[in-house]
Ligand binder design. Structure first.
Ligand SMILES: [Zn+2]
Length: 316
């Protein structure tokens, strides 16, 4: 049967009806309102509107932050505080008449890539998304790693540099604090100050350089911008080496805006992971771009939706 995946983001709520083959049949979007009751009613409205005319077996919400998937609750969400602590399954199942579950957005995206995207031919996949933050998900032997409480797979918050820059989670030197879009922009401001002759510095005197600016300048050969991306890639590579050593994946899929930098980030990442992970895994692992883009979370969440018996609606 079809299922609905809802991508609950800091700026928009996007719900899609997805077929068992992973096809997006209908999609509805509303802006996010970060106030508890309005947020809940918008989610309900989005679900009811997208569902109209379709037979649907269940709903799964993909939500950013630390998720207690087994309790269908959000423990903390830095960009969406209104959703914290709400018993979402109970609140939303009653109001939509559908079984509702909750999953971390990056775990859902990992599952989407595994079922229908770049990972559909492998059983062992590590997915890393380099956006405003760094999210991740692990599929081992065809099973999504969730851990005891459903908080597993937070790949963005492994420590890469103990005395490194502060992360949004409060820790220092997380992968997210080194290789996210936010980290690249922060480092670009610092490197602009250190390199008075660079094009990056000239831009920074006019306005704050964004991630896209750093990429543009790096492609034009500006050494300062190249250095910023190289550092992000090095941090990424240290993280990937750890993931290879722990999970021995067949494929690492990289998604998110920063992945558009391609080899400017991936080349230093590959160099670092060769130094820090072990053969034969490091030589056999494939590193490829994710293919579902912004739809991954919605499509993956739909594939993780369950019916009233707790069975996956789309099956595995
Ligand atoms: Zn962190």
């Amino acid at each position: 049967m079809n299922a609905i995946g809802v991508d609950v983001g800091g700026t928009k709520i996007a719900a899609g009806v997805v077929s068992p083959e992973g096809r997006l049949l209908n999609e509805v979007r509303y802006p996010t309102v970060n106030v508890r009751e309005r947020l809940l009613s918008t989610i309900v409205e989005t679900i009811m509107e997208v569902k109209r005319g379709y037979k649907v077996g269940g709903v799964c919400l993909a939500v950013p932050g630390f998720i207690l998937a087994r309790e269908n609750k959000v423990w903390s969400a830095a960009n969406l505080e209104a959703i914290e602590g709400i018993p979402l399954k109970e609140e939303l199942s009653d109001r939509t008449g559908l079984p509702v579950t909750v999953e971390n957005d990056a775990n859902a995206a990992a599952w989407g890539e595994f079922r229908f995207g770049v990972g559909k031919d492998v059983d062992d996949l590590v997915f890393v998304t380099l956006g405003t933050g760094v999210g991740g998900g692990v599929i081992s032997h065809g099973v999504l790693l969730r851990g005891a409480r459903g908080m597993g797979g937070e790949l963005g918050h492994i420590t890469v540099q103990p005395a490194g820059p502060r992360c949004g989670c409060g820790n220092h030197g997380c992968l997210e604090a080194l290789a996210s879009g936010t980290a690249i922009e922060r480092r670009a401001r610092e490197v602009a100050d250190e390199r008075p002759d660079s094009a990056l510095r000239r831009l920074a005197t006019e306005r704050t350089p964004l991630g896209g600016d750093v990429l543009d300048l790096a492609r034009k050969g500006d050494e300062a911008a190249i250095e910023v991306l190289r550092e992000a890639g090095t941090g990424l590579g240290i993280g990937l080496a750890t993931f290879i050593n722990i999970f021995d994946p067949k494929l690492i899929a990289i998604g998110g805006g920063v992945s558009e930098a391609g080899d400017l980030v991936l080349e230093p990442a590959r160099r670092e992971l060769l130094l820090r992970s072990h053969s034969p895994s490091r030589d056999l692992v494939e590193i490829r771009a994710a293919t579902l883009g912004a739809e991954a979370g919605m499509v993956g969440a739909a594939a993780l939706a369950r019916d009233e018996n707790g069975e996956y609606v789309l099956g595995v």
